[in-house]
Design a binder for this molecule. Structure first.
Ligand code: MD3
Ligand code: FE
Length: 219
């Protein structure tokens, strides 16, 4: 067990979210696995500094920091959203997706191809949030999105398929894994707020979200 994930027989059952295709695994990662992943991420983010992305059109900075692992990184710039194999800040290829996260995808994604993007969202101030949006820049919309939460709990919102549809919020705590696929893959979603100081896992406080996505259709 080098990847720090629970044994397969210890994998918890998902709880009902009320949305077909959205499965929540509360506490999928135990405290030891969370701590070892945070240590690995802290080291990686020292070499690859997270940056504040800019909103399309307005060029306004986001309230969070981001970076990517994997062959395809998701970026937000004044000219739009895109997938890029290189970091726009330093021009270099993104580092490889950590083995523990590839293993997480294998456990829960029920998809034959590996993820190509691991977007790291750092909710590092009490004002950090993410507005309602859809993940729609991927060619492989048949693949699910797998999300892991670390650190402070957040209030997460899921809506419908149009921006104004009714929505519901629920909390995501440290170690929780969310798998979004099937008929819910294109639902609107966002992060209303982070309950700052609710966890002591992340040095300096805040919340780390790791979102794994398949971007291209396998050849
Ligand atoms: C529900 N990140 O990076 S991940 C994103 O917590 C993003 O940082 C959020 O949305 C975060 O794009 C949420 C969980 C997630 C991802 C995709 C979804 C939930 C979803 C797609 C449809 C419905
Ligand atoms: Fe999203």
């Amino acid at each position: 067990m080098t990847h720090g994930l629970p044994k397969v027989e210890a994998t918890p059952k998902p709880v009902e979210t009320g949305f077909e295709g959205i499965s929540l695994y509360p506490g999928f990662l135990g405290e030891a696995a969370q701590a070892s992943l945070v240590a690995e991420l802290t080291a990686a983010l020292k070499a690859e500094k997270p940056y504040r992305p800019l909103m399309p059109r307005t060029g306004k900075p986001w309230s969070i920091h981001q970076m990517n692992f994997g062959d395809r990184g998701w970026i937000s710039r004044p000219d739009g959203y895109a997938y890029s194999s290189t970091n726009p800040v330093n021009g270099r290829k993104w580092p490889a997706i950590p083995a523990a996260l590839l293993a997480l995808w294998q456990h829960v994604a029920d998809h034959p191809a590996p993820p190509e993007c691991c977007l790291v969202n750092l909710y590092d101030t009490p004002k950090s949030r993410m507005g309602l949006h859809r993940d729609e820049d991927e060619e492989a919309l048949d693949a699910p999105v797998v999300s892991l939460s670390l650190g402070d709990t957040c209030v997460f919102r899921v809506g419908g398929f149009a921006r104004g549809d009714k929505s519901r919020s629920f909390r995501l705590a440290s170690g929780d894994v969310l798998v979004i696929g099937g008929p819910s893959r294109l639902r609107y979603h966002g992060v209303d707020r982070v309950i700052f100081g609710s966890s002591r896992l992340v040095p300096g406080g805040g919340r780390i979200n790791l979102t794994l996505r398949r971007v291209t259709k396998p050849a």
